[in-house]
Design a protein around this ligand. Structure first.
Ligand SMILES: [Zn+2]
Length: 125
């Protein structure tokens, strides 16, 4: 099996809105792998489960497979194709483009990610 998709030793695994999420604690942060299936769209598949208008998480890491587009409330957009380091501010929608799943390897510090990693609390210009 493609190691990008294989079971990840030591990870806490869950599935949410069709996304497969594995998280491992490392020091005082967490390393995560999220596999988003083709057709996934945050506002369609996650919004009803999360309850916020947009995704309020910062994402920093490596898009290791696939293509992801997204948009912020102010109209700014992003379009990432693997391999690509990504830095996405809180306050966005995002969706998978194409027939391939998107695999994001990301780092977070739970509720403290923005402060620890130097991201704004919400995207704005
Ligand atoms: Zn903007």
């Amino acid at each position: 099996m493609d190691p990008l998709h294989a079971a990840l030793e030591g990870a806490e695994h869950r599935e949410l809105g069709g996304a497969r999420i594995d998280v491992v604690r490392a020091g005082t942060v967490r390393v995560g792998r999220v596999v988003y299936p083709p057709g996934f769209r945050w506002s369609t598949h996650m919004k009803p489960l999360v309850g916020t208008e947009l995704c309020e998480h910062a994402h920093v890491g490596l898009l290791a497979q696939g293509r992801v587009q997204g948009a912020y409330a102010d109209g700014c957009r992003f379009d990432f194709t693997a391999p690509r380091v990504v830095a996405i501010d809180p306050g966005h929608d995002a969706w998978v483009v194409g027939a391939e799943p998107a695999v994001l390897i990301q780092f977070d510090a739970e509720g403290d990610t923005c402060r620890r990693f130097g991201f704004p609390e919400r995207h704005r210009h």
